[in-house]
Ligand binder design. Structure first.
Ligand SMILES: [Zn+2]
Length: 249
């Protein structure tokens, strides 16, 4: 299995090495996602050390206030490193604050330009910003990547798929009363789905509230197999292929 979006590194969890090694023993690979230049460097180092780690690098909304123009130059240098498979997570978040909206948009657009230049997929975060994210992606001509932890409507999911993007499914799909999430999975093709954990956040049931890890991917697989009434093996096979193809792993 392949976790296409997690934050298994020092700043986010003390036991990250243990988790990476345990995943390795269980044949679980992961694309660790950065939020700023520092974490981008750290993840690239981890990817050199561990064969089950791949790097997705970028500057995210929660580090946007301290981000400066020069960071984009540093980021471009890092893109050229081995095992960098995507730019992310990048995107827009208007839930926490809209005060820095213009700066968020500027950095999002500039990172999309880099993705285009280096022909890399993007891993996109959108919270209370889905229409802006859609419009900017459409205009950018970047046509591959994922909408991580997708929380929009079924109609919107279909629009992103039409643009060429995949829908990231994680822990919340296992939560009670997630009717919207279930409706989306029922009505889109398995080939358009990626599985992810967003570890250490969003632990699925039955581990909700605890620290999350890519080892919990199995609960997300189980839920998708229930909803789509297909075997777990089929879910693993197809979603792993989706990820391998998209991120060229
Ligand atoms: Zn994340």
């Amino acid at each position: 299995m392949l976790d296409t979006h997690c934050h298994v590194y020092k700043e986010e969890m003390n036991n990250y090495i243990e988790i990476i090694e345990e995943c390795n023993r269980n044949s679980i690979s992961m694309i660790i996602n950065a939020v700023d230049i520092e974490s981008s460097k750290e993840i690239i180092d981890l990817s050199k050390k561990y064969n089950n780690v791949y790097a997705s690098i970028g500057i995210n909304y929660d580090s946007i206030d301290k981000a400066i123009e020069k960071d984009l130059v540093l980021l471009e240098d890092l893109i050229k490193k081995e095992k960098v498979v995507a730019l992310g997570e990048i995107g827009l978040d208007y839930y926490w604050t809209k005060d820095n909206k213009e700066k968020q948009i500027t950095f999002f657009k500039k990172q999309l330009e880099l993705a285009k230049k280096y022909d890399l997929p993007v891993i996109v975060h959108a919270r209370e910003s889905i229409q802006d994210v859609y419009d900017i992606l459409k205009e950018s001509n970047v046509r591959k990547g994922s909408l991580h932890c997708f929380s929009g409507s079924l109609e919107m999911a279909k629009e992103f798929i039409k643009l060429g993007f995949k829908i990231g499914v994680d822990g919340p799909i296992t939560y009670k009363n997630n009717k919207k999430g279930i409706e989306i999975i029922k009505n889109i093709d398995l080939k358009d789905i990626l599985i992810e954990t967003d570890s250490p956040y969003l632990s699925p049931e039955p581990n909700r509230g605890k620290q999350n890890s890519p080892l919990n991917l199995k609960y997300i697989v189980e839920k998708i197999s229930d909803i789509k009434e297909i075997s777990k093996e089929e879910v693993i096979k197809v979603t792993t292929n989706n990820a391998k193809e998209l991120f060229r792993i």
